[in-house]
Design a protein around this ligand. Structure first.
Ligand SMILES: NC(=O)c1ccc[n+]([C@@H]2O[C@H](COP(=O)([O-])OP(=O)(O)OC[C@H]3O[C@@H](n4cnc5c(N)ncnc54)[C@H](OP(=O)(O)O)[C@@H]3O)[C@@H](O)[C@H]2O)c1
Length: 293
C-alpha cells in the first residue's frame, strides 16, 4: 500500500470482486471508501472527478464493469462506455490526484488459438464487442498513467454473486440442478475460473510489491466449463444429469476464445502465492454460501 496515506477508493463496490476488495483492504488496515453505481456512475466524468477529489486516495481500484458478453453484441456502445471510456475518466482523475489506478480486465482479450495458458507477452486479439471494449479500457489506463496496474482475470465467482442480478457460473449451475432437467455445458471452451476473494488478495499482494503494468491473475489450472460444472456438483453433493456439449451445438451471440486460460507465472515470479486447486476454492465458496443463507 502506498504509504502517503493508507486510503483507497473502490468503484463497483457491490460486484463480486468489489465486495472482496473492500473487505480485503480493510483487513489490511486501509481506510476504504466504496462507491456503487448509485453513488458514482463511472461513465460520468464529472462524478468520478468529484468523488476522487473529495476522497483524495492513494489507491483507486476499479471493479466496475459491463460484463454481459452476449448482450454487448446488440449494444456495443454501452459496453464501450463502461469498459473503455469510463476507464479514461478514472485514469484522468487519478492523474489529477496522483493516485495509482488498479484496473481489471479479461482473458477474453485473447483469441484462444495459442493452445497454452496466455502470458502477458502474448498479443491480444479480441473476438467481440465486450472483449474489444475491455482491451480499449486497458489502453486508456496505460495512455494516461505510467504506473497503472492492470489485472487480467477469468471466470470470476465469489459470494458477492449471490446478491447481484448477474450472479456467476456456480449459481447458474446450482439453479439448473434444482430445476431437475439435464444440464448441458460446453467442454471445448477452457478458461481459468477465479475465486473473487483470492483475486482481491493476490491483487493487493501485487500492489504491496509496487507492481504496475499488466499481470494475469487467474485460477491457476486450465479448466473446461464442463469440468468446472462437474467439480461444483461433486463439492455440492449433487447428481444432476450433466451432459457435455460444444461450441457447434451451443451457439452464442458473441464469439468467445476456445482456450483462454491465463498463466500466473509473472505474478508468482514476484513472490505472490500460487492459487490453490479449484476444487478447494469451490468448497470454500459453498461453505460461504451456506453461512450467507
Ligand atoms: N465475471 C467474470 O466472469 C469476469 C471474467 C473476466 C474478467 N472479469 C472482470 O473482473 C472485474 C470484476 O468483475 P465481477 O465479476 O466482479 O463483475 P460484477 O459482479 O458483474 O460486478 C460489476 C459491478 O460493476 C457495476 N457497474 C456496472 N456499470 C457501472 C457503472 N457505469 N458505474 C458504476 N458501477 C457500474 C455493477 O453494478 P450494477 O449491478 O448496478 O450493474 C456491478 O456492481 C471486471 O473488470 C470484469 O470485467 C470478470
Amino acid at each position: 500500500m502506498p504509504e502517503r496515506k493508507k486510503k483507497a477508493v473502490v468503484f463497483g463496490c457491490r460486484g463480486q470482486l468489489g465486495v472482496e476488495l473492500v473487505s480485503e483492504l480493510k483487513r489490511r488496515g486501509c481506510e476504504v471508501c466504496g462507491f456503487d453505481r448509485a453513488s458514482v456512475d463511472i461513465t460520468a466524468a464529472a462524478e468520478v472527478e468529484r468523488a476522487l477529489a473529495a476522497e483524495d486516495p492513494a489507491l483507486v481500484m476499479n471493479a466496475a464493469a459491463y460484463n454481459q458478453v452476449d448482450v454487448a453484441e446488440a449494444e456495443p456502445q454501452a459496453a464501450f462506455q463502461a469498459n473503455a471510456l469510463a476507464v479514461r475518466n478514472l485514469a484522468l482523475a487519478c492523474r489529477q490526484i496522483d493516485a495509482q489506478l488498479v484496473h481489471f480486465s479479461t482473458d477474453y482479450v485473447f483469441d484462444g488459438t495459442a493452445g497454452r495458458p496466455y502470458t502477458e507477452q502474448d498479443a491480444p486479439h479480441p473476438l467481440g464487442a465486450y472483449a474489444v471494449s475491455k482491451l480499449a479500457g486497458e489502453l486508456f489506463a496505460q495512455a494516461y498513467l505510467d504506473n497503472a496496474l492492470i489485472v487480467r482475470t477469468s471466470g470470476v465467482f465469489g459470494p458477492g454473486g449471490l446478491k447481484t442480478a448477474r450472479g456467476n457460473f456456480v449459481e447458474l449451475m446450482l439453479r439448473l440442478a434444482a430445476g431437475g432437467q439435464p444440464i448441458r455445458v460446453v467442454e471445448d471452451h477452457v478458461a481459468s475460473p477465479t475465486f473473487a476473494p483470492l483475486l482481491a488478495a493476490r491483487t493487493l499482494d501485487l500492489v504491496e510489491r509496487g507492481a504496475s503494468g499488466i499481470f494475469h491473475v487467474g485460477g491457476g489450472t486450465p479448466t473446461s466449463w464442463f469440468e468446472f460444472a462437474r467439480i461444483i456438483f461433486e463439492a455440492a453433493g449433487l447428481k444432476p444429469e450433466l451432459r457435455s456439449t460444444n461450441e457447434r451445438e451451443y451457439r452464442t451471440a458473441a464469439r468467445r476464445p476456445r482456450f483462454s486460460a491465463l498463466s500466473n507465472s509473472k505474478m508468482e515470479s514476484t513472490g505472490v502465492a500460487p492459487m490453490p486447486p479449484l476444487a478447494q476454492v469451490v468448497a470454500e465458496y459453498l461453505a460461504l454460501r451456506r453461512q450467507a443463507g
